[in-house]
Design a protein around this ligand. Structure first.
Ligand code: AMP
Length: 403
């Protein structure tokens, strides 16, 4: 079924249908945060008829100034040519320059910063050399996975520290020698405050999804981390957007950086078909949703809700209607979130319901649809959500419910 603008008006019969979602404390009574999105035309777009030419580098990794170990691991991962951010940044990062990379998830930014880190460690394998700070647990785990495959059989090790897990385990990991630490800001601060980890030997700092870290209120943590890194020689900062209000803090952190922009962060990718669905106040949005996703093309749907409670509620309702679904959000344990994500990746569930925060860093290549059950608070957040589909050269569809 091809839902188009206003198509869902067919379901609009406010007088005859009351909202089916009822909560202990009615969610309708919960004060709604107002979305700043008012121009709905921005949420409607037809994917380019002509598929966008993915960036084609003029060189293969084999022709780049990299060690044979790295080349071997890149080839084992099936990476033949660099993505644009990798191609445009390699030499200056190998030379130790600071970088501000404007690139969103899907651009290959993780390998763009990991490759120079690994090359440095091959030459000089010192513990606690590189610190990678990312906003979410999922992104931390994905970065760890990417590191492990790129540094495979090199005797270079990393440890990953994230919230929602037992800190004692982290303390044990810190007894071993780790060349790279990947962490979310909160847990990192805890470890530093407990004097389990000292940041003064780290030479390289990577701040990934910096804009998101600021959005999530980590600005003080970041300042404090930067201050503690007294041996810091190189900083790579990646952000999907470069808003004027971020400039001051970026200037505090990086020194004379190379600025490389591969994605302006102001639009969604051209392989994504986007549309809005009008469901008037009082109409049965859940019914519209269930009918919509019964189409066979909706095989891997990432659905966003405004709050954790709504995420649970929508997931429960979907399961009750026979649609396999699960929810991830900040109140779920890390183990639960990992298991749900794995089920989603493996096709064990059709719909993964998520809040914005939990969704960051979800790297599932074949998400067929993104559905905004609630309007995101900002257009930036919309771009991040929609960017979970149409990845790795595939096409994707995004629908946003509005009333
Ligand atoms: P990222 O933007 O780092 O989240 O990467 C997005 C996806 O692209 C990940 O699944 C990577 O495994 C993949 N990827 C990164 N670099 C390359 C490359 N040079 N060739 C093919 N795939 C890549």
């Amino acid at each position: 079924m091809n839902y188009k603008k206003n198509r869902a008006d067919n379901y609009a019969s406010p007088s005859s249908r009351s909202h089916t979602l009822r909560s202990r404390k009615p969610l309708s009574k919960v004060k709604k945060r107002q979305s700043s999105i008012s121009d709905f035309d921005k949420l409607v777009k037809t994917a380019s008829e002509v598929p966008t030419q993915a960036y084609q580098a003029d060189r293969c990794f084999n022709e780049m100034p990299l060690s044979s170990f790295t080349k071997k691991n890149l080839s084992a991962k099936g990476y033949v040519k660099p993505s644009q951010i990798q191609d445009d940044t390699l030499e200056s990062l190998l030379a130790g320059k600071d970088l501000v990379g404007i690139a969103s998830t899907g651009s290959g930014k993780t390998a763009a910063f990991l490759i120079p880190v690994i090359e440095r460690l091959i030459k000089s394998p010192k513990s606690n050399t590189a610190l990678i700070v990312v906003p979410t647990r999922e992104l931390a785990l994905q970065t760890e996975q990417e590191f492990k495959s790129l540094a495979c059989q090199m005797n270079i090790f990393c440890a990953c520290f994230i919230g929602g897990t037992k800190i004692n385990k982290d303390l044990r990991k810190l007894q071993q020698s780790n060349h790279v630490i990947i962490a979310t800001p909160g847990r990192l601060r805890d470890l530093v405050n407990q004097r389990a980890l000292s940041l003064d030997t780290f030479q390289m700092l990577i701040l990934d999804e910096f804009d998101r870290m600021l959005d999530m209120g980590f600005v003080h943590d970041i300042r404090s981390i930067v201050k503690d890194m007294t041996s810091r020689k190189q900083t790579m900062l990646f952000s999907a957007t470069l808003e004027p209000n971020q400039k001051a803090i970026i200037n505090e952190i990086v020194r004379n950086p190379e600025i490389v922009k591969v994605d302006d962060g102001e639009s969604t990718n051209s392989r994504i078909d986007e549309d809005i669905i009008h469901v008037p106040e009082g109409a049965d949005k859940m019914k519209v949703l269930i009918e919509m996703i019964s189409g066979s093309e909706f095989s891997k749907v990432l659905l966003f809700t405004e709050t954790k409670r709504w995420a649970d509620r929508v997931s429960k309702k979907l399961n009750q209607s026979g649609v396999k679904a699960d929810a991830i959000h900040g109140n779920k344990s890390q183990n639960y979130r990992n298991a749900a994500l794995l089920k989603f990746k493996n096709g064990g569930i059709q719909v993964l319901v998520a809040t914005d925060v939990a969704s960051r860093g979800i790297d599932v290549h074949d998400v067929t649809h993104v559905i905004n059950y609630h309007l995101p608070l900002t257009y930036q957040s919309y771009i991040h959500r929609v960017g979970r589909t149409g990845r790795a050269g595939r096409s994707g569809k995004a629908f946003t419910f509005i009333n």
